[in-house]
Write a new protein. Structure first.
Length: 68
């Protein structure tokens, strides 16, 4: 189960990534959304969540670890 902080950080990251790819990372809106995503991730970190809570391993990485 994910917490509200993780959900908010993940949503902010997706919005920032979409904006940065659409208008470029130097655009003021993209920079604002990137800052908001960083603040949301920092709030989740301060609440005790790990980076892997926000960015779970991809399927091919899990398969590679299982074979090793």
């Amino acid at each position: 189960m994910t917490s509200a902080l993780i959900d908010a950080a993940r949503a902010a990251q997706h919005r920032a990534a979409r904006a940065a790819s659409a208008v470029g990372p130097a655009h003021p809106l993209a920079r604002l959304l990137l800052t908001a995503a960083a603040l949301a991730a920092a709030a989740a970190w301060d609440a005790g969540h790990r980076v892997t809570d926000l960015h779970p391993a991809r399927r091919h990485q899990r398969e590679r670890q299982a074979r090793a």
